[in-house]
Design a protein around this ligand. Structure first.
Ligand SMILES: Cc1cc2nc3c(=O)[nH]c(=O)nc-3n(C[C@H](O)[C@H](O)[C@H](O)COP(=O)(O)OP(=O)(O)OC[C@H]3O[C@@H](n4cnc5c(N)ncnc54)[C@H](O)[C@@H]3O)c2cc1C
Length: 310
């Protein structure tokens, strides 16, 4: 059996895998990026991307936007018959995944040290003396081949086979809370200034993400691998867990507003003088009520700070 040697093999070539391949390609690392899909390829997602600065850092923002995507610079939230709206600290985009993922894959392949194998399945992980040494893959209908690597990365999604094969520990898991229905719609009259829209009604939630106008981490391969990975793990959790907890809180607490709350909200939205008198008290009020969900206040404070600097 032919064996090849890479610095890194990445299983899964979408937003996680292809982005990592770009960062490693920049460092001149010899990377093999594999995916069972062939690009362009679609996947389940509603496409709303808030952190466009990462696309810029990867050098693909312009290409992603070249498709005529609307920049979503505002957020509008409807509660019952009223809505509140404001600018976001940073614009969002809603690119289709077949568009976004292909651009990332294309960018990764611009680096000579990155090789892409599409239509290629991970069969098993090669383990020697308790350490992962590579992977066995199958390209199309060809015979399986072994690929050796200093590092194997599982970027193969929520049901990661790599994670299963290496018996990675799962933590902070959450059973599904509610079903989601979604689709593409044409002919919806856009708002004059494109906005992410959120609809809260009777304990349910809906989103509208306008699309086109018509329809560092550094990898360390040094001796301190354990320490390096522990550092990454901590850093990743610090960054990701607040948003994860916030989303769970949001969904778990979603319930119909009382008639009194709705009436109060409607009256405030219809009365800018009352709203302007209330606004100066909001920071203290929010701080008081958000003590059991500090992420909520924290995220609002961060947005406010970013908007203040704008
Ligand atoms: C309904 C829905 C709506 C969402 N909406 C949004 C949103 O609006 N905004 C947002 O930011 N996120 C959204 N997400 C989340 C987003 O889709 C995921 O976070 C993102 O796709 C994860 O990217 P990834 O690269 O880690 O994995 P994935 O996108 O899952 O890609 C994994 C890749 O690994 C490949 N693969 C898997 N197994 C193997 C194997 N054995 N061999 C070879 N290749 C393999 C697959 O073919 C696939 O291409 C949504 C998710 C869902 C389900």
């Amino acid at each position: 059996m032919v064996e090849h040697k890479y610095d890194v093999v990445i299983v899964g070539a979408r937003v996680a895998g292809a982005s990592l391949a770009i960062l490693l390609g920049k460092q001149g690392k010899k990377v093999l990026l594999i995916d069972k899909a062939t690009f362009p390829s679609d996947t389940l997602s509603t496409h709303h991307l808030s952190h466009t600065q990462y696309l810029k850092a990867l050098g693909v923002l312009e290409r992603v936007e070249s498709k005529g995507l609307r920049r979503l610079e505002r957020m509008r939230t409807y509660i019952g018959n009223s809505f509140i709206e404001g600018p976001k600290s940073e614009y969002s985009l809603a690119p289709r995944r077949n568009h976004l993922d292909s651009i990332l894959v294309e960018k990764a392949c611009e680096y000579k040290s990155v090789t892409l194998y599409e239509n290629t399945k991970l069969k098993r992980v090669i383990v020697e003396e308790g350490k992962v040494k590579g992977v066995q893959i199958q390209r199309g209908q060809e015979d399986s081949q072994n690929v050796l690597a200093d590092l194997v990365v599982g970027a193969d999604g929520v049901h990661s086979r790599v994670a299963k094969l290496v018996e990675a520990e799962a933590y902070k898991e959450q059973d599904p809370i509610r079903p989601v229905f979604y689709g593409y719609y044409e002919g919806i009259e856009p708002l004059p200034e494109p906005a992410t829209e959120i609809f809260l009604n009777e304990g349910r939630i809906g989103f509208l993400f306008p699309m086109e106008s018509n329809v560092d981490w550094n990898i360390g391969e040094g001796e301190d691998w354990e320490q390096e990975m522990e550092g990454f793990h901590t850093k990743r959790d610090e960054k990701m867990l607040p948003a994860y907890r916030l989303t769970l809180e949001y969904i778990q607490r979603l319930q119909p507003y009382s008639r009194e709350h709705l009436a109060l909200f409607n009256a405030l939205c219809a009365n800018p003088i009352a709203l302007s008198k209330l606004t100066p008290h909001l920071p203290n009020m929010l701080k008081d009520v958000s003590h059991n969900i500090p992420e909520l206040y924290g995220s609002i404070e961060m947005e406010a700070e970013a908007l203040h600097k704008k």
